[in-house]
Design a protein around this ligand. Structure first.
Ligand SMILES: [Zn+2]
Length: 393
C-alpha cells in the first residue's frame, strides 16, 4: 500500500469546506494565544493601577503570610473576573461558533466559577510560600521557589484524579460490555487492574472521544469519555485509549514536570531581573518581596511562559508521537487511530506549514500522525505473521 496516498485519502475525505473551516479555526487560535497575553498584561496593569493590593487590611506587618495569601487570592479572583469577557469569547462563544461544544452558558459559567475559586485558593497557597521564601532567602529566592513549584506540580498530578477531576465530571466504573472487553487486555498490559477502568461524562464538555490514564499505585486508573458509547467506533476507542496509556506508561507527565521546572527556574530568574523595570511601568513602588507588587511579578512570568510556548510545544509533539507509536505497537489499530485523528482535525488544521507547526502546534499535525500510522500499517501488512489481524468495525 502507498502510505502517502492512504493519508491523503483520509484527510481529503473531510472535504474542502471542513478543511477551510479547520484552517480558519486554527489560525484564529494562534491569535487567541497572542490576545490572551495582551489581555493578561492589561488586566494585571489595571489591578496594579487600582491600588487594591495596597489597601490597609493588606498592610499587616505582623502577619506577612496571611497578607501574602489574601493579596494573592484577591489578585487571582480579580484577574479571572476582569478577563472573563475574553474567556467567554475564546472558550465559549468561539467554541459554539465552530460547533466545538454544546455546553449551555450556565453550565460553562458555573464550571468557570468553580475552577476560578480552586485556582485562587491553590495559587494563593503557592504564592504565599513563594513570598515566604522571598522574605527569608532573599537573593536566591528563585532557586528555592522553583523547588516549591515542582513539589506542588507533583502533588497536583497525584491528587488530581482523586480530588479535582471528580469535581468537573462524574466517574463511574466502566459497565460490562464490548468497550470494557476491548480495554481490559490493554489496561492489564499497562499494569492497571480491570476494576480501575472508568467512564466519565466527557460529552458534557466535548463531542470528541477522549480518554485519560493517570494516578500512581492504588490511584492508577484509566478513564474513557462516554462518547465511547455514542459517536466513536470500537477501533477508535482502542486506538485513542492506547495512545493515552502510552503517555501513562512512558511517564510523560513526570517528564513534563521536570521540563516545566527548568522553565520555571528560567522564568523566576527572569522575573527577578526584570521586576524593577516592569514595576516602574505599572506604577508600583513595592519591592519584589511585597505582595503588592504581584501584578508586575505575574506579568514577567506570563511573558516568559508565552515566549517558551514553541519550546514546550516541541516537547509535547515529541511525546505525542511516542504515544502514537505505543498505541500502534500495542493495539495495532492504524485505521482507528487515523479516523479518530481526522475528527480532531476540525480544531487543528491537518496540513499546517512547517513554521506554523513548530511554533504553535502542541500536537503534531494530523497529516504527519496519520502518515506515520499508515507507514506502520504498510510494514505490518507486508508481514501479517508479525501481528495478528484485529477485527475493526
Ligand atoms: Zn496525547
Amino acid at each position: 500500500m502507498d502510505a502517502q496516498a492512504a493519508t491523503n485519502a483520509y484527510i481529503d475525505a473531510m472535504g474542502p469546506e471542513r478543511l477551510a473551516r479547520a484552517m480558519a479555526y486554527t489560525t484564529g487560535n494562534h491569535w487567541i494565544l497572542l490576545g490572551t497575553l495582551v489581555v493578561s498584561i492589561l488586566t494585571a496593569y489595571l489591578i496594579a493601577r487600582s491600588n487594591v493590593l495596597t489597601r490597609g487590611f493588606l498592610k499587616s506587618e505582623q502577619k506577612p503570610n496571611r497578607t501574602a495569601f489574601l493579596s494573592s487570592a484577591i489578585f487571582m479572583l480579580l484577574f479571572s473576573s476582569i478577563s472573563l469577557p475574553w474567556t467567554l469569547y475564546a472558550d465559549w462563544v468561539r467554541q459554539h461558533a465552530y460547533q466545538r461544544s454544546s455546553q449551555p452558558l450556565g453550565d460553562f459559567l458555573s464550571q468557570w466559577a468553580l475552577s476560578t475559586v480552586i485556582s485562587a485558593v491553590l495559587g494563593a497557597l503557592l504564592l504565599a510560600a513563594i513570598y515566604l521564601i522571598l522574605r527569608r532567602i532573599g537573593q536566591r529566592w528563585w532557586l528555592w521557589a522553583t523547588g516549591v513549584v515542582a513539589v506542588s506540580m507533583t502533588a497536583l498530578l497525584l491528587a488530581s484524579p482523586v480530588v479535582l477531576e471528580p469535581l468537573f465530571n462524574n466517574y463511574q466504573p466502566l459497565p460490562v460490555g464490548a468497550v470494557r472487553d476491548a480495554l481490559i487486555p490493554m489496561s492489564v498490559e499497562a499494569g492497571v487492574p480491570a476494576d480501575r477502568l472508568f467512564v466519565f461524562n466527557g460529552s458534557r464538555q466535548s463531542n470528541n472521544f477522549t480518554a485519560n490514564a493517570g494516578g500512581i499505585g492504588a490511584t492508577a486508573r484509566i478513564a474513557v469519555s462516554d462518547v465511547a458509547f455514542k459517536d466513536a467506533t470500537l477501533s477508535e476507542v482502542r486506538a485513542v485509549t492506547g495512545h493515552e496509556i502510552g503517555h501513562y506508561v512512558l511517564k510523560h507527565s513526570q517528564w513534563s514536570i521536570l521540563i516545566v521546572s527548568v522553565l520555571t527556574l528560567v522564568s523566576l530568574f527572569a522575573a527577578d531581573r526584570s521586576y524593577p523595570r516592569i514595576a516602574r511601568l505599572f506604577g508600583v513602588s513595592a519591592p519584589i518581596a511585597d505582595p503588592a507588587g504581584l501584578p508586575a511579578l505575574m506579568t514577567t512570568v506570563s511573558i516568559v511562559a508565552f515566549l517558551a510556548t514553541p519550546f514546550l510545544n516541541t516537547m509535547s509533539r515529541h511525546f505525542e508521537f511516542e504515544a502514537d507509536r505505543y498505541s500502534l505497537e500495542h493495539v495495532g489499530e492504524a485505521d482507528g487511530l487515523a479516523t479518530a485523528l481526522v475528527k480532531t482535525a476540525d480544531y487543528r488544521n491537518p496540513r499546517p506549514g512547517l513554521v506554523e507547526e513548530v511554533l504553535f502546534y502542541d500536537h503534531p499535525s494530523v497529516s504527519r500522525r496519520v502518515y506515520k500510522g499508515m507507514i506502520w500499517k504498510a510494514a505490518h501488512e507486508a508481514s501479517p505473521s508479525a501481528s495478528p489481524s484485529i477485527p475493526s468495525n
